[in-house]
Design a protein around this ligand. Structure first.
Ligand code: KG4
Ligand code: ZN
Length: 342
């Protein structure tokens, strides 16, 4: 038996407003993780402007990749495969990463592996939790997605619940804007909530009768807007911190309840969370407590691996590489790519 050779993946992520590249060794060790965020630029408009995002990705991508290789102390020759997010996301933004990955893979005659963005978010949990292996339940909560996923094996997923309307992060962002906190709202609501009373206002928690794992956040968002309108009509001021804390509680309660129900009914012993909203301190705290009580192992990535990054794409690409997944030069950006589609 020869010794097993290390597998190095160069990963690229450009599905939304971060231009990112990373080098990942054997699916679990991050050698570099470079992220160029466009948040400051999009703040001016209160949200991500797709055309601006694409243009910025083009400006930044080569430099970000060079930095990732340099930081990892490797050259393209050392790389075994190129992984890239090809959906879901903004089509123009995705295309920049996909075209770049194809060009590098073609020029260096290395395998090309397209990765689903959500598979990346889930895989972020493998970076710091070396002992974590499927099967487990993963709650993916980001600006664009709210999915409850049964991770049956590496690269094998069953979506057991999803949002019927807004994503959790979207609800945070919209409520933050309504109470005057600005974009992106999630981290701001998280911070301000610490000064507020989470029982000050009772906002509705949506449960969907025929689909116990699905979510709906448009109701709680409308309830916040109505509450603010009510105050304004009566000439009363409202307490931003109380609204933030009460809203955050309504959202995290439902996320925890549905996730715990899934863990129990699927007979799982492990629960992971992923995506930008997985950084939320109140969600982490509530999940930890619920898992402690039910004797479930709880996993979560550091905030840097929760928001969009390329290291998570490198991890997912590694497990796809091991399974033999290879994409051709016809790989295209798929803005509404479904998890599990090849
Ligand atoms: O995963 P991500 O970076 O991008 C998408 O794939 O969507 O998630 C971004 C979302 C934004 O909606 C942001 O407001 C939210 O994650 N977010 C948070 C926190 N940090 C980021 N939401 C609540 N609490 C946080 N601490
Ligand atoms: Zn994301």
């Amino acid at each position: 038996m020869g010794e097993t050779k290390d597998v190095l993946i160069l990963a690229i992520e450009s599905s939304c407003d971060e231009t990112a590249a990373a080098v990942v060794k054997n699916g679990r060790e991050v050698l570099s993780n470079v992220i160029s965020s466009q948040i400051e630029l999009h703040k001016l408009y209160g949200g991500v402007v797709p055309e601006i995002a694409s243009r910025k990705h083009i400006e930044k991508i080569n430099q970000v990749i060079e930095e990732a290789l340099e930081e990892a102390n490797v050259t393209l020759e050392d790389i075994d495969a190129i992984g890239v997010t090809y959906g879901p996301g903004l089509v123009g933004a995705l295309l920049v990463g996909v075209a770049e990955a194809k060009a590098i893979a073609y020029a260096t005659a290395k395998p090309l592996i397209g990765v689903h963005h959500i598979e990346g978010h889930i895989s972020a949990n493998f970076i710091e939790n070396k002992e974590l292996e499927p099967p487990f339940i993963c709650l993916v909560v980001s600006g664009g997605h709210t999915h409850l996923v049964c991770v049956k094996d590496y690269g094998e997923y069953e979506i057991i619940g999803r949002t019927r309307d807004d994503a959790a992060g979207e609800a945070f962002d919209k409520v933050a804007r309504a109470i005057g906190l600005g974009y992106p709202g999630g981290p701001k609501i998280d911070k301000l909530s610490k000064e507020g009373n989470l029982n000050a206002i009772v906002f509705p928690k949506a449960h969907i009768t025929d689909a116990p794992y699905d979510f709906s956040f448009s109701g709680v968002k409308s309830a916040v807007l109505n509450y603010i309108n009510g105050c304004q009509m009566k000439g009363e001021t409202f307490c931003q911190a109380d609204i933030a804390a009460s809203f955050q509680k309504a959202v995290t309660d439902v996320l925890v309840e549905n996730a715990m129900r899934a863990v129990e009914e699927y007979g799982m012993k492990k629960l992971a969370i992923a995506g930008g909203v997985a950084s939320n301190s109140s969600l982490r705290c509530a999940m930890k407590e619920a898992c402690n009580q039910s004797k479930i192992d709880f996993y979560y990535p550091s905030p840097i691996f929760c928001t969009d990054n390329a290291a998570m794409i490198g991890v997912a690409a590694y497990y796809e590489y091991k399974k033999g997944t290879r994409h051709g030069w016809d790989l295209n950006a798929v803005p509404n790519l479904k998890l599990g589609e090849k």
